[in-house]
Design a protein around this ligand. Sequence first.
Ligand SMILES: C[S@@+](CC[C@H](N)C(=O)[O-])C[C@H]1O[C@@H](n2cnc3c(N)ncnc32)[C@H](O)[C@@H]1O
Length: 246
Amino acid sequence: MNSLRQNVSLTRSVHVACTLLKETPRNLKHKKHSSQQWLVRQLRDPYVEKAKQERYRCRSAFKLLEIQERFNIFKPGQVVVDCGAAPGSWTEVAVNAINASGKKDGSVGKVFAVDKLPFYPVEGAVVLSGMDFTSASTQEELRKTMQDDKADVVLSDMAPNASGVREIDHDNIIMLAYSAMKFALQMNKPDGTFVVKIWDGRKTQQLEQDMLRFYNRVRIVRPNATRDESTEMFFLARDFKGLKTR
Ligand SMILES: C[S@@+](CC[C@H](N)C(=O)[O-])C[C@H]1O[C@@H](n2cnc3c(N)ncnc32)[C@H](O)[C@@H]1O
């Protein structure tokens, strides 16, 4: 098990991008305009409050919860790979939905969560942190860790650091989406599911067409928790056909 990077002792550099604010921020005037906007938006955001109440690490949980509620992608006992998992709220949702911690009766599933940043372990999941998903060695290690299991569901909420230039950010997230899709094509079970986040742009349609070659059903989902001003959207690809498509 030493190949599993369960980084329990990391404190300073652990991923906290989805910080759940508890207090009114002070000294706003000393912060950059963009930081002020972020803090104010966090305070007004009902999903931030809800995440605190329901004890998720991050408001993103509600995006996956909505996808689950509407499309029922998870079932107890399944195998799930979560790419770009830090700080871990999607992992928490998946662990619960497929009973990976074995806390409920019935089949027990498995969740494998990967992120290039360190993040705290999630009970019931195998966490590979500090690993760049796009590198061949990470994917090799993930395959080894999965020990020949194939995935019912591959999730990618991976996102690059935003530059603020829409076209560049779009191109970068599309690169991550293709990396996740190539992995899903090798690791999905027949009839499996692939969920991937992108920021909309000129390559969105091409990605959709590429998915349709391998999955029978592909749809776009914009959960309520996606912020209005964001170009974020998720592709939900279902019924993996396998790699022989011609
Ligand atoms: C929006 S956050 C994910 C939030 C997560 N789904 C949750 O609910 O807690 C996007 C994540 O993608 C990760 N990421 C970006 N590029 C990556 C890469 N090449 N390999 C692994 N993770 C990556 C980032 O480190 C970041 O943690």
